[in-house]
Ligand binder design. Structure first.
Ligand code: SF4
Ligand code: SF4
Length: 449
């Protein structure tokens, strides 16, 4: 009998009270000193010292915190990954890239110097929509979620509107659903376009603000070097006030927390804080600077502290806090779309990929919309680099991290992109917070009753 290798323990969350958290089950339990001390004894094969102890042991075994041996963990993680591969059951997630061109040239963007600045042609557009609908029919899927991505998708508003109209009508005829999101820099957004898109199905605009004006305008610049903050912020406010769904994202470097706080102040002062669909910041993935990445040599100390600090601030300001908390967790709870069965990205040439980060690199494609050839195994997962991660408890949710980003940095497919330190801190923060919130409330309620 042993602790599952996917369980992490957080000691003394309150004096004498410890939390065991199963990454695999996303489940936590509080244990006392006696139980914590019994664990090594059970691992040695000793019998429980009392009936009470036996009862605790059985409960922990039933809930997956304890396993009888490594084989149990191996079977559980295989079943977990199989289930995770279903992604969103019954739903095709497809990222459409009508162009790789962008009207900005952000410093950290992997597409900034991309050689393939093509736009999707009409024949490729038609073949893409046919390919998507063929897949829906073959796999008997009930919903399509399109993610419009680029380059900058709003430089191809014509494509976005046409494809949304076709897919929306096709899904309606099949008794299914069509939804969309659009990741956009926000420069060309306007309320009329947003309303037209919404007429085809519910959707959300994800707009990036990299902190307040002074940090944003250093990173997110036009090709002539001008900053883009003012025009984007104005569009965010206009769309939010018009009732369109807008979610703010932002990419920070560890020393930029103050600017992101000022951005949160500015959002509150503009009167749209409660109108937004969510606010979420994450560390910059800088693919313009080569780094060697491996499980053991990465350090994300600074960015983890900033992440925790900013997430607390968003929550304190009640800016769509449930969405943020949910999403923070969601982003940590499961392998990314690279590992999902019904998730694809299609580039302007009609090449189909499992990861948006490598779109535009035909060597890494798994299919072509104009070809009937069988889908290939994704080159990014072919070498199974996560098998070098050993007993890492975060394996089920990480599976080697962002392999697409790692490939862009190193051009290698045999390396993981390890953010173990970030997982450790973010999970501790979130799980302990959830545990204390749940059990403090329960205790207070019981006392009050
Ligand atoms: S590998 Fe990275 S970029 Fe690709 S789908 Fe996964 S998280 Fe996204
Ligand atoms: S599973 Fe993820 S966090 Fe764990 S060692 Fe591998 S890359 Fe690092």
């Amino acid at each position: 009998m042993q602790l599952s290798r996917f369980v992490v323990s957080y000691k003394d969350v309150r004096p004498g009270e410890h939390v065991l958290y199963s990454v695999l089950e996303d489940r936590y339990v509080g244990v006392d000193d006696l139980t914590l001390r019994a664990l090594p004894r059970w691992e040695r094969g000793d019998e429980p010292a009392s009936d009470d102890e036996r009862e605790v042991q059985e409960a922990l075994l039933d809930d997956g915190f304890l396993v009888r041996g490594r084989a149990d963990d191996d079977a559980h993680v295989r079943a977990y990954l199989d289930k995770a591969a279903d992604g969103m059951p019954g739903t095709l997630l497809v990222t459409l890239m009508p162009t790789l061109q962008c009207n900005l040239a952000c410093n950290y963007c992997f597409q900034k110097d991309h050689p393939a600045f093509t736009k999707m042609s009409r024949p490729t557009e038609d073949a893409t929509l046919e390919w998507v609908l063929r897949l829906v029919d073959e796999r008997r899927l009930k919903a399509i979620k399109v993610h419009y991505f680029g380059g900058e998708p709003t430089t191809r508003k014509d494509f976005c509107l046409r494809s949304a109209e076709v897919l929306s009508a096709a899904m309606k005829a099949r008794g299914g659903k069509f939804e969309w999101t659009m990741t956009t820099n926000g420069v060309l957004l306007d309320v009329a376009f947003a309303r037209k898109m919404e007429s085809f199905g519910p959707g959300t605009f994800k707009i990036t603000l990299d902190g307040d004006k002074e940090t944003h305008d250093k990173e997110r610049i036009y090709r002539d070097g001008r900053g883009s903050f003012d025009v984007i912020f104005e569009n965010v406010v206009a769309l939010a006030k018009a009732g369109c769904k807008v979610r703010i994202g932002g990419n920070f470097y560890p020393d930029q927390a103050a600017s992101f706080e000022r951005l949160l102040d500015r959002i509150e002062q503009s009167g749209v804080a409660r109108l937004l669909d969510g606010v979420r910041f994450k560390p910059v993935v800088d693919t313009q600077h080569q780094e060697s990445g491996s499980c053991t040599n990465c350090s994300y100390k600074g960015e983890t502290q900033t992440l925790v600090q900013l997430n607390r601030s968003v929550e304190k300001r009640k800016m769509a806090a449930p969405v943020l908390q949910g999403e923070l967790l969601e982003s940590m709870l499961g392998p990314c779309e690279l590992h999902w069965k019904n998730s694809y990205t299609i580039d302007p040439e009609g090449n189909v990929y499992k990861c948006p980060a490598v779109a535009g690199m035909p060597d890494l494609a798994v299919a072509q919309v104009a070809s009937s050839a069988t889908e290939k195994i994704a080159p990014l997962v072919e070498l199974r680099p996560w098998e070098q991660c050993g007993d890492c408890p975060y394996l089920p949710v990480c599976v080697g991290g962002c392999l697409g980003g790692q490939f862009l940095k190193t051009r290698r497919r045999d390396q993981v992109a390890c953010k173990k330190e970030m997982f450790e801190k973010s999970f501790r923060e979130t799980v302990v917070h959830r545990y204390l919130a749940e059990f403090t409330e329960e205790k207070e309620w019981t006392e009050a009753a």
